[in-house]
Design a protein around this ligand. Structure first.
Ligand SMILES: Cc1ncc(COP(=O)(O)O)c(C=O)c1O
Length: 422
């Protein structure tokens, strides 16, 4: 199986490692994944941040099984169905005012594309040409061309730089540099025809779980609002209680113009993306003028099974028991953070909601000189039956909410052991 896999399939973000095989997972239950030999792995990163309630959850299984016997999919142009409408109603209800409409797509990247395209077309439909965007340095918004364009330009996007559209970057705000960030933002807005400012609210995920404070984000959004620049909150990673509140934007005073959701949206079952926005944006597309129509769609837009999984995941998310689990994870993370923050091998230990992260100080000698630290850390954790996927030298935990206390302790102990090995 693994030899065939290697020959037939190119895996995502996976540098070629001649001596490594992909692990063949046959089933999962709760926070555990099992390989073909029956060995268990604790999924400490919710399978790339998508899994909220654990693998093969009986409640979500039941709902999608019922749905698939009724309707698996139908074209979403000229047709609609209850799962899509009910999900839109419930999500918009959770997001609250002013969000009044949403657009379905397939994943985080496509939901970002939708927000970028809608921003440009919103201005075009009003007769204004606005083509540039502002983004934060070190950001990650996905892998399609628009999403790559607004992400940090680095080795991940290097091959495509000449094909990416123009974006102006400002520094990640801190207490020390906020005045400079405000000035950078104002200068760009003055010089350029800016359609929108896009950001990952409060946490830059793929950029290394970098946190920044909510009042700083509010100050940047204030400037955008003052100058009529649209704002886009990419909550693909932060949505659904990852930062301790339902959405990260619940921790800021401003309401960004677009909210992007994906990953945890279906509880980790199916790909689905959502781009939500207020009435004034919805209205700009309510036109019979051909050039004002939003010409965008995917074959699987609003797939009924995806929407049903999302509805079932939302049911689970709103249970008091789930809230308790989230609070327990937060409390345990805090305790662990206190116990390791002065460890000589780590720095910058940080926590927000169920996210715990720290930088591993890389030894600059011997074996470590030639081997990427992320591979070393990954291998050491996998050997102990823990799935973690370091971002460079940043090790982080972002577990499904069903993780048991004893499983979390196992993860913490494996981290301590790993740090003792480097
Ligand atoms: C903030 C953010 N936006 C967008 C994406 C892209 O999502 P997807 O991988 O579903 O395309 C990611 C993926 O990690 C993300 O973290």
């Amino acid at each position: 199986m693994q030899e065939k896999d290697e020959k037939l399939i190119l895996h995502p973000f996976s540098p070629y490692r001649s001596n490594k095989h992909n692990i063949n997972i046959t089933h999962g239950k709760g926070a555990l994944l099992y390989d073909e030999t029956g060995r268990a792995y604790i999924d400490a990163i919710g399978s790339w941040w998508v899994n909220l309630h654990g693998h093969a959850h009986p409640y979500i299984n039941k709902h999608i099984t019922e749905q698939m016997t009724r309707l698996e999919h139908v074209i979403f142009a000229g047709f609609t169905h209850a799962p899509a409408v009910n999900l839109a109603e419930r999500l918009l209800n959770q997001l609250g005012s002013p969000y009044s409409q949403l657009f379905y797509s397939d994943n985080g990247s496509t939901a970002v594309e939708v927000a970028l395209k809608m921003s440009i077309q919103y201005w075009a439909n009003r007769g204004e040409k606005r083509h540039t965007f502002i983004a934060l340095k070190n950001s990650y918004h996905g892998d399609t061309f628009g999403a790559m364009s607004v992400s940090e330009r680095d080795v991940f996007t290097e091959a495509f730089h000449q094909h990416l559209f123009k974006v102006n970057y400002i520094d990640i705000p801190t207490e020390e540099n906020i005045h400079s960030c405000e000035t950078q933002l104002e200068e760009i807005i003055e010089k350029e025809a800016v359609a929108a400012f896009i950001f990952e609210p409060l946490v830059q995920g793929a950029g290394g779980m970098r946190l920044y404070a909510s009042p700083l984000l509010d100050r940047l959004i204030d400037i955008c609002q003052k100058h009529h620049v649209l704002t886009i909150a990419d909550e693909v990673m932060t949505g659904f209680y990852r930062t301790g509140t339902m959405f990260a934007i619940n921790q800021i005073r401003n309401k960004p113009d677009f909210i992007i959701l994906s990953k945890g949206l279906t509880g980790g079952y199916f790909p689905l993306g959502v781009t939500a926005y207020p009435d004034f944006i919805a209205k700009s597309f309510q036109s019979t003028e051909p050039s004002h129509i939003f010409y965008h769609g995917h074959s699987f837009t609003a797939n009924p099974l995806s929407c049903t999984a999302a509805l079932a995941s939302l049911d689970l998310l709103l249970l008091p028991e789930t809230k308790e689990c989230i609070q327990k994870i937060e409390a345990k993370h805090l305790l662990f953070l206190g116990s390791i923050k002065d460890h000589p091998r780590i720095s910058n230990a940080r926590q927000m909601g169920v996210i715990l992260a720290f930088d591993v100080n890389i030894p600059h000698h011997g074996y470590f000189y030639n081997h990427p630290i992320k591979d070393i850390l990954y291998d050491l954790m996998i050997k102990q039956g823990i799935l973690m996927r370091p971002l460079g030298n940043v090790l982080y935990i972002l577990p499904p909410y069903c993780i048991k206390e004893q499983e979390l302790d196992q993860v913490y102990n494996a981290i301590i052991h790993t740090l003792s090995q480097i």
